[in-house]
Design a binder for this molecule. Structure first.
Ligand SMILES: C[S@@+](CC[C@H](N)C(=O)[O-])C[C@H]1O[C@@H](n2cnc3c(N)ncnc32)[C@H](O)[C@@H]1O
Length: 211
């Protein structure tokens, strides 16, 4: 099974969502919960890239703010679902995130990933590729679940995230912040968003830094 086909299988299990307006932007799995798109610090007309955008629901919320919303996802099933749901409002690309970043000539005011490609790609490979396409002063926001109470003494470590062949890079917030600094991102800051009352979901860690 290839990485692409693993993610295609995952995409088939995740519903496209109801018709109608996009759900409110969230860095968590709970629409509208916690801080929103303001963490991207962009104005109308800005160009924003999501890495591992799935079916593009968050991008659609940004497009409604007159942001140029660009997404890349390795899964053809995810991208087809996003195109069917959101049409030309989004610029969607089916590709590995690193491959896309290395081959595009575009530059972005903001780049983000929510449980997306940054969680499943060696950060020492991905972060330099992001930095090369982020405008000076642009913002990078990464959101993922807190690791399961494990303590690591080194950087984020690759671990299997379930059946199939996909690796997930897990690490404490300070380890991600160190990685960002090592790759010349500026002033990384961290916030933890706890799930809504009665949810059993894990907290979401959000890292924000500047190019
Ligand atoms: C856990 S899902 C999250 C999707 C979406 N961000 C969300 O929150 O619903 C991870 C997504 O990242 C995509 N992905 C994984 N590795 C990737 C890579 N190397 N390049 C681009 N996309 C990738 C998968 O296809 C999948 O859509």
């Amino acid at each position: 099974m290839t990485t692409e086909s693993s993610w295609d299988n995952y995409a088939r299990l995740t519903p496209a969502g109801r018709q109608g307006p996009p759900p409110p932007f969230s860095w968590t799995v709970h629409p509208g919960h916690g801080p929103g798109a303001e963490l991207l610090d962009v104005d109308p007309g800005a160009s924003v890239l999501e890495l591992g955008c799935g079916k593009g629901n968050r991008l659609a919320a940004l497009a409604a703010l007159d942001v140029h919303a660009v997404g890349v996802d390795i899964s053809a099933v995810q991208i087809a679902g996003g195109r069917a749901r959101w049409g030309p409002a989004l610029e969607l690309h089916q590709a590995d995130a690193v491959h896309f970043l290395r081959h595009t000539a575009a530059e972005y005011d903001a780049v983000y990933s929510v449980f997306g490609a940054h969680w499943f790609t060696d950060p020492d490979v991905l972060l330099p590729a992001v930095r090369a396409r982020l405008k000076p002063g642009g913002v990078l926001v990464l959101a993922h679940l807190a690791p399961g109470g494990r303590f690591e003494t080194h950087g984020p470590t690759a671990s299997r995230s379930g059946p199939g062949t996909v690796l997930r890079w897990e690490g404490e917030a300070y380890q991600w912040a160190n990685l960002l600094t090592d790759h010349e991102f500026l002033t990384p800051s961290v916030c933890t968003i706890h799930p809504p009352h009665r949810s059993t979901a894990a907290p979401t860690v959000v890292l924000r830094s500047w190019g």
